[in-house]
Design a protein around this ligand. Structure first.
Ligand SMILES: [Cu+2]
Length: 159
């Protein structure tokens, strides 16, 4: 008889323990949420490149030895962003130096005017960490240079 009481006690105890233990479902794997905002650091290009809304934007770093990559190919309508990853100032501008008229509609004379956005010319010194973006609508091979160091040269092929 005693063994039955012990059995019932254990049974009741286990029911109480089970009732008090919350049933847990395995956690669902985290679902990818909305695109996270890119870090504010302008030089964190890897993170920026992973951001979906940056598709159609190509990055070129300006380093102490020149443009990296030196030659890029994009589609018409896409944007190129240059990032000054060097410690000194640079200035992206269309060839030829110093008129900057190679890209259609570009001219250094448009700097500081309402048409500045239409000219392939940063129009000012880019300090370390500063970005300059230009959207290419005209197909062709467009050469550019660093206006402060015209030995730094690069090309953008727009297809
Ligand atoms: Cu120039």
């Amino acid at each position: 008889m005693k063994i039955i009481k012990v059995f019932i006690f254990v049974l009741v105890l286990s029911v109480v323990v089970m009732a008090c233990t919350p049933y847990r479902t395995p956690k669902d794997p985290p679902t990818p949420g909305p695109a996270q905002e890119a870090p504010k650091s302008g030089l964190d290009t890897a993170a920026v490149l992973d951001t979906p809304e940056k598709k159609g934007e190509t990055f070129v770093e300006i380093t102490s030895s020149g443009f990296v990559p030196q030659a890029i190919t994009i589609n018409a309508g896409e944007t190129v962003t240059w990032i000054n990853a060097a410690t000194i100032n640079h200035w992206v501008a269309s060839n030829p130096h110093p008129s900057h008229t190679g890209y259609p509609g570009s001219s250094s004379s448009k700097c500081d005017t309402a048409e500045e956005k239409t000219t392939f010319d940063a129009c000012r010194r880019m300090e370390s960490g500063v970005k300059y973006s230009f959207t290419f609508t005209e197909k062709g091979l467009w050469g550019y240079h660093d206006h402060l160091n015209s030995g730094f040269r690069g090309t953008v092929v727009v297809e």
